[in-house]
Design a protein around this ligand. Structure first.
Ligand code: SF4
Length: 415
């Protein structure tokens, strides 16, 4: 790929602030871990972060660390160490890369921030809304550090959301309070929870608006930008810093639209990405799609951090709703209808399905969805075989050939 093609992708200037927000997040955790105050809770990515913050914990997200490890391409070195203590190479490669990194005392935090290790947890809290792997992953650390590992157990394959789903999930949130009080040393405070839920909602509303700017033709940013800029939505839910960050990002994206700046010059094809990112290949894929004048304008993955159902007037009820309406816990009919609605809004020409070897939970091509969606929407789809982290499951050459052929097919269809 020549230099001219590479330059088709444009960096957002908000990236500078993004780096600061993410660095501050890790420095704050590192200092707290060294002092032992405030207490630190590890939380799964769509776990009860609002409740934890309201109880005075700093919150650390191992999946974010897993993605950093993947982006640093450390999988091949580190995953075998987790395999050696009995974790299969076929299970979540966030889990195996993260535990491998812990066993080897290697983390991208060392190079990025001169932080020696991930912060020691005082408690680990998961929600199985995404998968069982988070529970097994967190409980391994719970045993290692001899600290509590507790969680919320979610309904799966949910079609219509029923009252009993919400009541159950709301009650499970409340049931965590005694152990959180004991570990944090703080009493539960409803007003503080309302405040945090309000901030989390504001973050979500702004993040949705940022993502929705991609409905503009041409789009001011791509899926590859969004996977990086979603960092504060993942690690900063319920903080003022995340709200501030998305105000800045939204303004930049709106400015791009106003000034006619497209993420991809000469945008010709608009695509949807279904499934996990391939963290170690973000740049290469971004440049490949840009060179083909193709913009990935929307994705299930980035949309998964929109929790605008949150309502500070009804914190438990709305947390239950937000964490049950989630795409990943819904049935096939809901998911297909969700992607259809995205198609109507973002107007894409085709869908890329990523079949991630170690994450069946975020892989949706295996039960006939691509065929059904193609028939329903009248647009083609392509399935890429790979993995979120384990690049041994990914063939760069094969993928490049398949993507180029797919874009040619779109070209023929456009005529
Ligand atoms: S949803 Fe997939 S990537 Fe995320 S923790 Fe579960 S198995 Fe791993």
């Amino acid at each position: 790929m020549n230099q001219k093609e590479k330059s088709l992708r444009k960096e957002l200037t908000s990236t500078r602030l993004l780096k600061k927000v993410m660095a501050d997040h890790f420095y704050e955790l590192d200092e707290a871990a060294k002092r032992g105050d405030p207490k630190i809770a590890w939380c799964s990515s769509v776990g009860p972060a609002e409740l934890l913050r309201s109880m005075g914990f700093l919150v650390y997200f191992p999946e974010n660390h897993g993605a950093m490890l993947g982006a640093s391409r450390m999988a091949t070195d580190l995953i075998p160490y987790a395999n050696a203590i009995g974790f299969s190479p076929d299970i979540c490669s966030y889990l195996t890369i993260d535990i491998g990194s812990f066993l080897q005392k290697k983390t991208p935090l060392q190079r990025a921030y001169k932080i020696d290790s991930v912060p020691r947890p005082d408690i680990l809290v998961y929600n199985t809304n995404q998968c069982r792997d988070v529970q097994d992953w967190f409980c391994w650390y719970g045993r290692h550090f001899n600290v509590p590992c507790v969680g919320i157990h979610t309904h799966r394959q949910v079609g219509k959301i029923e009252e009993y789903h919400l009541k159950d999930i709301g009650e499970q949130h409340k049931a965590l309070i005694p152990v959180l009080e004991e570990v944090s040393g703080n009493r539960f405070d409803m007003d503080r929870l309302r405040e945090v839920v309000g901030l989390s909602k504001e973050t979500s509303v702004l993040w949705r608006k940022c993502l929705e700017t991609a409905s503009h033709v041409p789009s001011p940013w791509t899926f590859f930008d969004a996977t990086i800029h979603m960092g504060p939505a993942v690690v900063g839910r319920g903080t003022k810093e995340a709200v501030e960050y998305y105000r800045v990002l939204l303004e930049e994206l709106q400015d791009r639209i106003k000034n006619g700046i497209a993420a991809i010059d000469g945008e010709r094809y608009r695509l949807y990405w279904e499934g996990m990112p391939i963290w170690g290949k973000l740049r290469a894929l971004s440049e490949l799609f840009a060179s083909l004048r193709s913009c990935i304008v929307a994705s299930t993955y980035c949309n998964s951090w929109i929790f605008d159902q949150l309502d500070p007037d009804y914190p438990f009820e709305s947390m239950a709703l937000a964490y049950t309406e989630l795409f990943i816990v819904r049935d096939e009919a809901y998911k297909e209808d969700y992607i259809r609605r995205c198609w109507e809004f973002f107007k894409f020409d085709g869908i890329i399905f990523h079949d991630a070897k170690t994450c069946p939970n975020n892989t949706n091509n295996r039960y006939g969805m691509p065929v059904r969606l193609s028939e329903m929407l009248g647009i083609p789809s392509l399935t890429i075989n790979g993995d979120l982290n384990d690049l041994r499951c990914y063939s760069e050459e094969q993928t490049k050939t398949n993507i180029e052929a797919f874009i040619e097919q779109l070209e023929e269809e456009k005529g």
